[in-house]
Design a protein around this ligand. Structure first.
Ligand SMILES: [Zn+2]
Ligand SMILES: [Zn+2]
Length: 140
């Protein structure tokens, strides 16, 4: 059986993209994923990566972290969890604080909306950047 061209070209790339995202805890951007995927699949295009990311997000297999003006980041962990973002180096990490399951019903009562989800991000300075700041600018 000869697979049709679109299926043949798309599926292995989508699979590789998903396993790449699952291999990292860094909540990478599309550009980072594209650069890494290119090492495995030199002929992959940026458009394919972006398209597959939105398909995976639509399928609920991955999460998109929309970041205001900054670039979107992607997360293969679709369980409910919060993130902590370093204001100095921009890294995004999972933070293990309890998810506020009561917040959705509180928001429903306050708004009359049927609430499906909420997000809560923590911003600060990561331990690495705190250390770099403590060392002073002789590191530069
Ligand atoms: Zn940092
Ligand atoms: Zn995460």
């Amino acid at each position: 059986m000869i697979p049709n061209k679109a299926t043949y070209r798309t599926t292995p790339q989508k699979k590789a993209l998903l396993s790449l995202l699952r291999s990292t805890k860094a909540h990478p951007t599309a550009a980072w994923l594209f650069d890494r995927l290119r090492l495995e699949m030199p002929d992959v295009s940026q458009g394919t990566v972006y398209r597959n990311l939105s398909v995976l997000a639509e399928e609920g297999v991955i999460r998109v972290l929309r970041n205001g003006s900054a670039q979107d980041r992607f997360d293969a962990d679709v369980s409910e969890h919060y993130h902590v973002i370093c204001e100095s180096c921009g890294k995004v990490e999972d933070i293990s604080v309890n998810v506020r399951t009561d917040a959705n019903s509180e928001a429903e009562r306050a708004s009359g909306y049927e609430i499906h989800s909420h997000r809560l991000d923590f911003y600060g300075v990561c331990p690495d950047c705190q250390r770099r700041a403590a060392v002073g600018d002789d590191a530069e």
